[in-house]
Ligand binder design. Structure first.
Ligand SMILES: [Zn+2]
Length: 440
């Protein structure tokens, strides 16, 4: 059986991964062997305007052939935890579902995949849940049912892990996590652990600033390496921890599209030639347009920091691949860049006035398209010199800095390494993993 939950982030700073952890802990207390694999933390459509903070849903797999009394117990304790800890407010609509493994059919898988790229309706989720005979409960408008179902049905080809360490959920205020530890992890474990410390912008990435119970989270390729790294993190006393299999850092949200096929709320990889050179607007946002016959506006917003300097070096005629989420803005359909690949750089020239071939003096323009004349000896000349200007940028991939990166975006350090650690991933035994924190 699979348990899916979503949207339990309350106004008081709850977090779906934390609620999931409390549920897992309670189930493990019944029998440690009921859950044999780490839960999944699934990031859904990052362009969803209804999303909660990280738009993450959680699913938990219970082993097969569990007696019906235990299943009843699991369901009722899970419902209780959801009810007790998630606050249904204006923007939170928590939900929990229970589905049999063999109910995950083609329809559920397609729905789950679409939850990464589209805005789905609550009605559609409910009708699928009814058709597959799932047990479910929700508060508010039921929006959480969409993510709950998607977290159970999404197939992961590529995946990463996140080890999340929590403080007690009653604790509020500034989190004490040493910045130095985050730097150390970045230096020592990158690329096997990614997005820990942004050295370019001096920002610690492992500890969220929001008032949620997450003390810190480290993301990487295998459970062992994360557990090893966590042991060097200096922080206030942790309360609980959990390990999640996630689709973070996998680019799972991106779909290859031609410009004319791009829809709002999707995330795309699209190719085009720059038809309007980059320009900076008030607030420091940089825009440009690419075209393949049809144009789309691309944006590198102020929070992307130094990435904008790369963008400003582009010019009309350059061929690029643009990666990012698409929203309908006041400027029309806008692609919010996460990454670009420069495929071709156009040649640009500086036009120089010719030198007089008689006296060597620099000639002056007579007027637009009328040629040049030497002031000294009045020689005329129609030819100008085209001097190529060297482009201060190279072909290749460029990404936004770590501090502006989306959870789902694949960091460049992961490129080509997706399968490198495959073997060591499966050595991990989740039944031996202790959620209660006794120091690691
Ligand atoms: Zn002359």
């Amino acid at each position: 059986m699979l348990i899916g939950l979503d949207d339990t982030d309350s106004v008081f700073g709850m977090c779906t991964t934390y609620i999931g952890t409390l549920i897992i802990e309670a189930i493990k207390d019944i029998d440690i062997n009921l859950i044999k694999e780490p839960p999944k933390l699934i990031r859904l459509n990052p362009n969803n305007p209804y999303k909660t903070r990280g738009n993450g849903a959680v699913s938990i797999r219970i082993v097969e052939n569990v007696d019906s009394t235990t299943i009843k117990k699991i369901k009722s304790l899970s419902f209780d935890i959801i009810r007790n800890y998630s606050e249904s407010g204006e923007n939170t609509n928590p939900a929990i579902i229970f589905v049999e493994d063999n109910s995950i059919n083609n329809e559920v898988e397609i729905f789950s995949e679409r939850a990464l790229h589209e805005l789905l309706s609550i009605d559609e989720a409910v009708s699928i849940l009814k058709r597959i005979g799932a047990d479910y409960e929700f508060m508010g408008n039921g929006r959480g049912l969409i993510g709950s179902l998607a977290s159970c049905g999404l197939r992961l080809e590529d995946f990463t892990y996140e080890l999340i360490v929590y403080r007690n959920h009653y604790k509020r205020g500034k989190k004490a996590v040493s910045e130095k530890s985050a730097m150390e992890i970045e230096k020592k474990y990158s690329p096997r652990i990614f997005s820990s410390y942004d050295f370019i912008n001096n920002r610690m990435m492992i500890s969220p600033h929001s008032d949620c119970p997450i003390l810190y989270g480290i993301r990487g390729e295998s459970p062992e390496i994360l557990l090893e790294a966590a042991s060097i993190i200096d922080s206030e006393k942790p309360y609980k921890r959990n390990l999640f299999i996630t689709n973070q850092g996998t680019d799972m949200h991106l779909q290859k599209k031609n410009i004319e096929e791009i829809l709002p709320y999707s995330s795309v990889i699209t190719e085009g030639i720059i038809s309007k050179s980059p320009y900076t607007v008030l607030g420091g946002h940089v825009f440009f347009e690419i075209s393949n016959g049809k144009e789309i506006l691309c944006a590198a917003y102020e929070p992307t920091k130094g990435f904008r300097d790369i963008i400003r070096k582009l010019t009309k005629g350059d061929k690029i691949k643009a990666y990012g989420g698409v929203l309908e803005t006041q400027y029309g359909l806008t692609l919010n860049l996460e990454r670009i690949e420069i495929l071709e750089l156009s040649k640009i020239y500086k036009i120089e006035k010719p030198l007089c071939h008689i006296c060597g003096n620099q000639m002056k323009s007579i007027g637009k398209d009328k040629g040049y004349r030497c002031k000294k000896c009045h020689t005329k000349n129609n030819e100008f010199s085209k001097i190529p200007i060297s482009r201060d940028i190279e072909l290749g991939l460029y990404e936004v800095p770590m501090c502006a990166k989306r959870h789902l975006s694949k960091p460049l350090v992961r490129y080509g390494r997706e399968r490198v650690y495959e073997e060591e991933r499966f050595k991990f035994d989740y039944t031996k993993f202790d959620i209660k924190f006794e120091g690691i």
